[in-house]
Design a protein around this ligand. Structure first.
Ligand SMILES: NC(=O)c1ccc[n+]([C@@H]2O[C@H](COP(=O)([O-])OP(=O)(O)OC[C@H]3O[C@@H](n4cnc5c(N)ncnc54)[C@H](OP(=O)(O)O)[C@@H]3O)[C@@H](O)[C@H]2O)c1
Length: 299
């Protein structure tokens, strides 16, 4: 059983965690700060980032905490965050693509894309592309992308990314989480092709008690918990991400999640991925689409 005690000293490591003001991102950032890492706590506004840092400082960790601001639905905001981060940092050991939104009311970004696809996938694709030169220049660096077992019911509908055919909240969430996993696996394939040493690893937290359920009705939320029978506290939900981030023998391009029944609870373990998540043609098409939308590549 791998727990927080096994993380080990992370002094000297530079880490970015998106969505670090809440839930799994908060506990991921906190755990890394406690063992000496220099962590940039990214939230979508300064107040949320500062407040999270005040909370984390109460634990008197050994690391350093900095606030970062990026709204992942806004390309300009991601760019501004990276420009500001790059002014003060010349290495990046861990990029943790954690932020996420689930089943909001139908919403389009300024560019017209469905919000979950934009935040959960496009925003992290863009952030990773911007930071790739720094990751590449840092020995032993990793990109951790947080997906969900909801990916198993996902499909990528390239003709509905702007809700041209309507909106189904759960379907669009599953699509965004499949996109995250396709991205994580494809990133590793490309890293290998480019001859770089960065590791790309995905994690999923099982079922964890966080603010992610904010758009679910109380009735559906309670029924879901009763049906599934478990829900982990956020610090346990963060373990799979922490394991993917620091465990030495992690499998590149792999997925890590809880080892309990149906992968919903437990302690980090390697998790096999579906044939669709490993579909190279689909991953390549998604990558090209993301490049076209964001105007970015990983040069
Ligand atoms: N909890 C679970 O059972 C579960 C299961 C499977 C996968 N996951 C995944 O775990 C990750 C973390 O979620 P969580 O459960 O910890 O939920 P959470 O408590 O709601 O945290 C989500 C974080 O993402 C941030 N975020 C949302 N929209 C954003 C945007 N436009 N720009 C930047 N940040 C944004 C949120 O910021 P605000 O606080 O400002 O909204 C928050 O910090 C997500 O990727 C989620 O899909 C969770």
């Amino acid at each position: 059983m791998w727990t927080k005690k096994d993380i080990g000293n992370q002094a000297g490591k530079t880490v970015i965690v998106t969505g670090a003001n809440s839930g799994i991102g908060f506990d991921t950032a906190l755990a890394l700060y406690q063992v000496g890492a220099s962590v940039t706590v990214v939230a979508r506004d300064q107040i949320k980032a500062n407040y999270a840092i005040i909370e984390m400082l109460k634990s008197r960790g050994n690391g350093i905490l900095e606030a970062g601001v990026a709204d992942l639905s806004k390309p300009e905001s991601i760019k501004e965050f990276v420009e500001s981060f790059s002014k003060n940092h010349h290495s990046l050991d861990l990029l943790i693509n954690n932020a996420g939104i689930m089943v909001p009311p139908a919403t389009k970004t300024e560019m017209g894309y469905e919000l979950q696809f934009a935040v959960n996938f496009l925003g992290h694709f863009s952030l990773t592309a911007y930071l790739y030169p720094l990751l590449k220049a840092t020995a032993g660096s990793r990109v951790i992308t947080v997906t969900s077992l909801a990916y198993l019911s996902g499909q990528i509908d390239f003709e509905n990314l702007k809700m041209e055919k309507g909106y189904r909240a759960n379907r669009e969430y599953a699509q965004s989480k499949l996109a995250d996993l396709l991205f994580s696996i494809e990133l590793q394939r490309r890293i290998d092709k480019w001859g770089d040493k960065v590791l790309s690893v995905a994690s999923h937290p099982g079922l964890t008690n966080t603010n992610l359920s904010r758009y679910m009705s109380e009735e559906i939320y309670i029924a879901t918990i009763e049906r599934l029978g478990v829900i982990m506290p956020s610090d346990q939900g963060a373990l799979s991400t922490l394991y993917a981030a620091v465990f030495e023998d992690v499998k590149k391009g792999g997925l890590y999640g809880p080892d309990g029944e149906n992968g919903l609870s437990g302690y980090p373990a390697y998790t096999a991925t579906s044939a669709l998540a490993n579909d190279r043609i689909l991953a390549n098409k998604l990558w090209k689409k993301a490049e076209e939308i964001t105007g970015q590549n990983f040069s």
